[in-house]
Design a binder for this molecule. Structure first.
Ligand SMILES: [Zn+2]
Length: 307
């Protein structure tokens, strides 16, 4: 019975099995194809993704390299720049030092050429030697002199300042004339003797400095007169010329050596000494008298006396 059945099933089923097998084969192929395509697609996707990532990586690497080169470049440029700055700074410092040395040399040269007596205070302790005379004297022209009877001279370097002052005064309607300028030791001595004869020693001492103490021996000091006072020095105080000098003389480097109420010497409104614009202006600004300053302080202005 089993055998029969088997035989029978086999014969019948073979025919039935064919389409099933065919279907199974087709299904298998389909599945295979589907899987193959799916896998391939996936593979392509992965490949493509990795290509993109590779490209991106390459790109970012390129950017990094570029950036790095740029940075290096910038660093080098900065270093070079710093170096040239350093060189520049060193150059600048050298220039400054050379300038300073040159400045010091020129200051020393100026000082060596500037007569220290020009700004010296004269008293019973400090006085000019009998042989002292200014380096260069120049004669004051008739136009600026009060009297044409005798020659009046002045330190040659002071003359331009004096001329400017007299010219500017004239522009302002002020008549300013030089009554006396440089006086030698001997002239001063004779003048003093004359005064002693006329007024007696005591009175003469009050208004005429002993020879050697007079600022007139410097050649930088002048006695001024103006019109309308008959050549009387004592009347100079009340004049417009005196007031003009009080307000303006410092701008030309002149100071009133012995102002009213000074503790040093009798008041001489006509007697003006050249000390340079810088010192004269400084004294004016500070409201100080030349003779009240310390000699060491005064000497700081020696280098700029003719500036
Ligand atoms: Zn005088």
């Amino acid at each position: 019975m089993d055998h029969k059945m088997t035989k029978r099933i086999t014969q019948q089923d073979i025919q039935k099995f064919i389409p099933i097998a065919a279907f199974a084969i087709l299904l298998g192929i389909s599945i295979y194809e589907y899987v193959k395509i799916h896998v391939l697609t996936r593979y392509i996707e992965v490949l493509s993704a990795s290509t993109t990532s590779f490209q991106a990586q390459t790109a970012s690497t390129t950017e990094e390299i570029k950036a790095s080169i740029k940075e290096t470049h910038a660093t080098l440029a900065a270093a070079l720049n710093q170096q040239s700055l350093n060189v520049g700074a060193v150059e600048q410092r050298l220039k400054e030092q050379v300038g300073n040395v040159a400045g010091t040399v020129s200051t020393l040269q100026k000082l060596s050429k500037t007569d220290p007596e020009l700004l010296a205070k004269y008293s019973k302790v400090f006085f000019l030697s009998e042989n002292y005379a200014p380096a260069r004297l120049t004669e004051i022209p008739e136009a600026q002199k009060y009297s044409d009877k005798k020659a009046v001279s002045i330190h040659a370097d002071v003359w331009p300042y004096l001329k400017n002052m007299i010219d500017d005064a004239k522009k302002n309607g002020i008549e300013l004339y030089v009554s006396s300028g440089y006086r030698s030791f001997t002239e001063q001595k004779n003048l003093k003797s004359d005064y002693k004869v006329i007024y007696g020693a005591g009175t003469a001492n009050q208004f005429s400095a002993e020879q050697g103490y007079s600022e007139h021996q410097l050649g930088t000091t002048l006695d001024f007169l103006t019109t309308g006072i008959g050549g009387d020095l004592d009347r100079f105080e009340g004049t417009a010329a005196y007031n003009w000098l009080l307000a303006n003389a410092h701008r030309y480097g002149f100071i009133l050596s012995y102002p009213k109420n000074n503790q040093y010497y009798q008041f001489e409104p006509w007697h003006w000494r050249f000390v340079g614009v810088k010192l004269a202006t400084e004294l004016r600004v500070q409201g100080k008298n030349f003779y009240d300053l310390d000699q060491r302080k005064i000497d700081e202005y020696l280098v700029s006396v003719f500036e």
